[in-house]
Design a protein around this ligand. Structure first.
Ligand code: SF4
Length: 64
């Protein structure tokens, strides 16, 4: 699975990094600093949890 964070749509809520810090990182201003990343199978559940929590729907999950 791949994660794609549409950074232009990120509103800096921080929910992704709060719920899945092993996948999502915030920058110093609280916006998601994660861009496009490959997610290992063991991190797919946290990646999906973080994506579902994003109020801005800025996180896209792409099945490999
Ligand atoms: S939850 Fe969404 S809006 Fe908030 S920091 Fe993460 S990507 Fe950005």
């Amino acid at each position: 699975m791949k994660v794609h964070v549409k950074q232009i749509e990120c509103a800096g809520h921080g929910q992704c990094a709060l719920l899945a810090p092993e996948v999502y990182e915030l920058d110093d201003d609280g916006f998601c600093a994660t861009g496009d990343v490959d997610v290992t199978p063991e991190l797919e559940d946290p990646a999906a949890l973080g994506a579902a929590s994003c109020p801005a729907q800025a996180i896209e999950l792409i099945e490999a």
